[in-house]
Design a binder for this molecule. Structure first.
Ligand code: ATP
Ligand code: MG
Length: 692
């Protein structure tokens, strides 16, 4: 019998449907822009469109889907599969069908890395290039800065991190250096000439060492797309280019799209200008505003006004916050989700009480039937959750934290990855320098000489083996050379490389770190992660571009199907939703951040950030205002307590949208449960490694 066919598009509203059906069946679908507020179903519509396209015969291999994180790409593929299966029928055949795989779904950076590897030979890149993460890039900038003598002659010259931020801003915004300095780094403007020299040398160093930084992945891709021949060829790989969260793309990303698809054929982007929160990285809402005129044929615009996520009171409060923005976002969102529960503004004495209150509230809600997984705690900066993390651990509430994890910054992870990178790309001096110095008896001077020799040689393994190292390290050296030769063996099956590297590293780990057992678990995690990758290059690229972002309580890591609370920076919460959301530290100095208090644009971006946080909530929203919290002063005065005030974004007139509750004193009599040993270990371990 014919399987029952269900219309998976029946639930869509007319505007969403119009976006899904836009120019379906046409050989040349016109460019489409969907601008709509939070929770209006933009991402959902995009997923339905992908399914609709495939249902109408589009080849999934020829669909480029650009999202904000790897997780988002995975979720979108899954949603699209679900829709497609319903579209194709619910018979047994549909049930056994594997999910559609969208090989070209990912972030701009990871897709860029893949394309560059494919095209490397034709654009003057060595396909064995390695990718520098932000930390590596800073280190290289620091090395170059030192080499050209700036750190010696110019004592007040900007730090390597600032130099890299300036460089990155110039590259991503495509604005000239002097303008970027004037607008964002006025205190560095006097160094313009020196910065030019520095950036030139930095670019040369990257090229010599065959490394690309994050910005290069976009830059080379955009340059490639801008070339008439390569751009057309790239464009011909894809029939459809779909982009989520378009408000957070920068000039280079827009150039990538227009370069590949000058007529906008098959291009669909969705976004919300009110949720633009990556201006600090050079993203610009101009991309949305200019979209219509960017292609050789005009773009079609669809707006969505119905919100399906939040209750009316939550929407009212969020609209009040964004409605006060200097730049008006003309959007009316409505919902039919009535509710008597207003968002709560919770006034609390200090951060410690905040942590206790939030933890209690989370447990209460669980008692009321809201699983932990439907609850999230959001905050402005990754460090803001420290007190809460302790409290959750103390009370045995499992949690997973997104954003801000410094997995890649731990020295043992860096060591192991550096070894793999050095095997892949022997010209990468940063990786080489790090690895060589793991060998006892080899210091900076010897490492430098080894790398100089490697740089000149065509057979690196042989050069290493023949290098006259000091006699006291010859045994270790031979072991290293043997390992290196194996890692360079063509045809080595992945992840054998990683296992070999780990086994070689194990005794060094033990020698270097007292807590080697704890650290060894991280290395196991790395090996576990390697499973999803075809080869070393793709593993290294992905881990660098999209490192594992969830830390799990090492004392008892929550399994994937366990129940756990989500802790997340607001930036990482983009696009997601939970039944209940707590926003920590809704005070001036946190939101807006004290880093931003100078410039009007920055303040407005902080307002949108609060809007993003609030619009993650489906039913319950709590904004917490501690009256006293610890703030790190940038000056020489050191840390001090500041009496914070409620965030300026929650003005007195807005209070009518909130229910205010003061929670003034904790129940001091409550008996504190003692911390398990494993927790103490974890905290100590984290604290001790925080600076590394
Ligand atoms: P954000 O701006 O936060 O990224 P969004 O516009 O992408 O939000 P979605 O995440 O796609 O919104 O959708 C928000 C919620 O509304 C989801 O739970 C989604 O399943 C639901 N939703 C979207 N469209 C419909 C619809 N037509 N009928 C029922 N639910 C819908
Ligand atoms: Mg979305």
């Amino acid at each position: 019998a014919e399987p029952a066919i269900e219309d998976p598009f029946a639930s869509l509203n007319p505007e969403q449907r119009a976006a899904v059906e836009h120019d379906i069946g046409s050989q040349a679908p016109r460019p489409l822009l969907v601008v709509a507020g939070a929770g209006s179903g933009k991402t959902n519509t995009l997923a339905h469109r992908v399914a609709r396209l495939i249902g109408a015969g589009a080849d999934p291999q020829r669909i480029l889907l650009l999202t904000f994180s790897r997780r988002a790409a995975g979720e979108m593929s899954q949603r699209a599969s679900g829709v497609l299966h319903r579209l194709l029928g619910r018979g047994a055949a549909a049930r056994t069908q594997a999910p559609v795989s969208l090989p070209w779904a990912g972030t701009f950076h990871s897709i860029g890395a893949r394309l560059l590897r494919e095209f490397a030979g034709r654009i003057g890149l060595d396909p064995q290039f390695t990718i520098h993460d932000r930390g590596d890039a800073e280190d290289l900038m620091g090395m170059v800065r030192h080499e050209i003598g700036l750190s010696r002659t110019e004592k007040r010259f900007p730090m390597k991190g600032t130099c890299l931020s300036i460089y990155s801003r110039v590259v991503n915004s495509r604005d000239p250096l002097d303008q970027v300095l004037q607008a964002y780094f006025p205190w560095c403007a006097e160094w313009e000439a020196q910065l030019k020299t520095l950036f030139g040398a930095y670019v040369d160093a990257k090229q010599e060492q065959n490394v690309l930084d994050y910005d290069d992945l976009l830059l080379f891709w955009a340059e490639m797309a801008a070339d008439p021949v390569l751009g057309a060829e790239l464009g011909s790989w894809f029939d459809h280019v779909l982009v989520d969260e378009y408000q957070d793309t920068n000039r280079l990303q827009a150039a990538v799209i227009t370069g590949m698809k000058p007529d906008g054929r098959g291009v669909m982007v969705v976004g919300d200008d009110a949720q633009s929160i990556y201006g600090f990285r050079g993203a610009t809402v101009r991309n949305i505003l200019d979209f219509a005129g960017q292609f050789t044929q005009p773009a079609h615009l669809i707006t969505l006004e119905r919100n399906y996520r939040s209750t009316q009171p939550i929407l009212d409060a969020s609209n009040a916050v964004i409605g006060a923005a200097l730049e008006r976002h003309a959007k009316t969102l409505w919902t039919d989700k009535v509710s008597a529960i207003k968002p709560q503004l919770v006034l609390i004495p200090d951060e410690a009480e905040q942590a206790r209150w939030v933890c209690s509230r989370i447990l209460e809600q669980r008692e009321e039937g809201v699983p932990l997984k439907s609850q999230a705690v959001l905050f402005r900066a990754a460090s803001h959750s420290a007190a809460l993390e302790l409290e959750l651990m103390r009370r045995n509430v499992p949690f997973v934290k997104f954003g801000g994890l410094k997995f890649l910054e731990a020295s043992h992870i860096k060591d192991l990855l550096a070894l793999l990178r050095f095997a892949q790309n022997p010209s990468g001096r940063l990786a080489g320098f790090r690895v060589l110095q793991l060998i006892p008896g080899i210091g900076q001077a010897t490492a430098t000489r080894v790398l100089d020799a490697v740089g000149e040689s065509s057979d690196v393994a042989a050069t290493l083996a023949a290098f006259p190292v000091p006699a006291r390290c010859s045994v270790e050296w031979q072991a290293f050379c043997a390992l290196y030769a194996r890692l360079r063996t063509p045809g080595l099956r992945w992840p054998q490389d990683l296992e070999l590297a780990r086994d070689w590293y194990a005794p060094h780990l033990e020698r270097l770190h007292d807590d080697f057992q704890v650290r060894a678990l991280d290395l196991d995690q790395l090996v576990a992660l390697s499973g999803g990758h075809a080869n070393r290059e793709s593993f290294l690229a992905e881990i660098t571009l999209d490192p594992p972002e969830a830390t799990s309580d090492r004392a008892g890591p929550p399994l994937l199907d366990d129940d756990y609370v989500i802790l997340s920076t607001i930036h990482s919460s983009k696009g997601q939703e939970w039944k209940s959301v707590h926003v920590l530290n809704v005070v001036d100095g946190c939101i807006p951040s004290d880093m931003a208090t100078g410039n009007q644009d920055d303040i407005e971006e902080e307002r949108r950030l609060l809007y993003v946080a609030m619009t993650r909530a489906r039913e319950n929203l709590h904004l917490i205002v501690p009256n006293r919290f610890f703030i790190k002063q940038q000056s020489t005065m050191g840390d001090r307590h500041v009496y914070a005030t409620r965030s300026r974004f929650v003005t007195p007139v807005m209070l009518k949208h909130f229910e205010e509750s003061a929670w003034l004193s904790a129940d001091k009599r409550e008996l504190r449960t003692p911390m398990p040993d494993s927790v103490r270990m974890l905290v100590r371990d984290r604290a001790r490694n925080a600076w590394k």
